[in-house]
Ligand binder design. Structure first.
Ligand code: ARG
Length: 363
């Protein structure tokens, strides 16, 4: 079944207007049907064999005017409905934006939209692409929760308006077992409560689950609670870049960016219990340095939802003193920023922004 879904997606990709497709060509052509690496046994690549990529040079953030907790789709949102202090949220959001600017990154601020309270987490609706020949573009996602699905067309429009080629290979309004009836009941958390086993659905929550290895053409992806395995197969086929998949196994760490944060080519921070043995093996294989993060700082303060920018600089959520000292001891400059209002919704710095490439970003 999985094979037939990937085949359908591939057909859709092939039928798309050619000018819409990034042709990476080259040695990954043969990976079209097997681009997802799920264990070290099937891993035939090394980091240094992967082409170099530049650091992203642009940041997008969505203003928190309409941010709130209005439904429950992760454990952090339980009992938080209506509890967001809007004024505080603006202050915290502005602090994150100011830090990016202080470190020389241009921030594109976008308006939010009434009725889309999670839109502020603008890492989730798309995945930025960069290619030496084709330049920068975006691949649109498909949200698992029906409550968040309208965010994708909104972002699609914004990105296209900015002049970026935008690729859509996932059906935006797909139905899953959740009916409209459930949507109106405010709580759709059951969608995510168990680890996905054999789902055929194409769910893809952008950079929440899928991330570029710093400075290398290699993709890391989490799956199980939000993004689905068939979507990762389609991603690998579309980009022709190897995708290393990590199965997530703790419902509190439902996106890859809650438990895995790459700091540079050689270094990653992880919360090890979020992964199975096979995943940990893959992580240790590719990174010289794997920094294990404290349980409380991971679960309560979202230490792994930090964001690294070039020059060994890290934006870290507040209240992670052990992580901050560890990073400083490794030579990183750390900016600690409060995001308490956003934690009520299960997000922090990493998901409050999209890092992407300008058309003239270069190596
Ligand atoms: N309330 C949002 C959700 O559950 C929070 C998303 C946070 N994003 C992230 N990448 N962790 O979808």
């Amino acid at each position: 079944m999985l094979r037939s879904i990937v085949t359908i997606v591939l057909q859709q990709i092939r039928q798309t207007n050619n000018s819409d497709i990034i042709d990476h060509g080259g040695p990954w052509m043969e990976r079209i049907n097997s681009g997802v690496i799920q264990s070290l046994l099937e891993c035939d690549i090394s980091l240094t064999s992967r082409p170099k990529m530049p650091w992203p040079d642009q940041v997008m953030m969505i203003e928190p005017e309409f941010f709130d907790v209005e439904y429950v789709i992760n454990p952090y949102m339980e009992s938080m409905i209506g509890c967001v202090d809007k004024h505080q949220a603006w202050l915290e959001w502005s602090g994150v934006k100011a830090q990016f600017e202080e470190w020389g990154l241009y921030v594109h601020p976008l308006k939010g939209m009434n009725g889309l309270p999670d839109l502020v987490f603008c890492a989730n609706q798309s995945f930025p692409l960069w290619d030496k020949e084709a330049g920068a573009s975006f691949l649109m996602g498909a949200m698992r929760s029906p409550m968040r699905r309208s965010e994708v067309p909104y972002l699609h429009q914004v990105l296209a308006h900015k002049g970026y080629p935008v690729h859509s290979i996932f059906p935006v309004n797909q139905q899953n077992e959740e009916s409209q009836e459930t949507i109106s009941q405010q709580t759709v958390y059951t969608v995510n409560k168990t680890v996905e086993t054999d789902s055929d659905a194409l769910f893809f929550e952008g950079m929440g689950d899928v991330q570029w290895h710093p400075e290398r053409s290699l993709i890391w992806a989490g799956h199980g609670f939000r993004t689905s395995m068939p979507a990762l197969q389609a991603l690998a086929a579309f980009t022709r870049v190897p995708v290393i998949s990590l199965r997530l196994q703790d419902e509190r760490l439902y996106h890859l960016d809650t438990c895995f944060c790459m700091l540079d080519e050689q270094t990653v921070m992880i919360y090890p219990r979020a992964f199975d043995e096979v995943g940990l093996e893959l992580i240790h294989h590719f990174f010289d340095e794997v920094l294990e993060i404290d349980e409380r700082e991971t679960l309560e303060s979202f230490a792994c939802n930090a964001t690294a920018v070039s020059g060994k600089r890290i934006l870290l959520p507040s209240d992670c003193p052990k992580t901050a000292r560890l990073l400083e001891s490794k030579g990183y400059t750390v900016a600690e920023l409060p995001t308490y209002e956003f934690l009520k919704s299960g997000g922090s710095i990493y998901c409050m922004k999209m890092l992407f490439w300008s058309q003239d970003a270069c190596l």
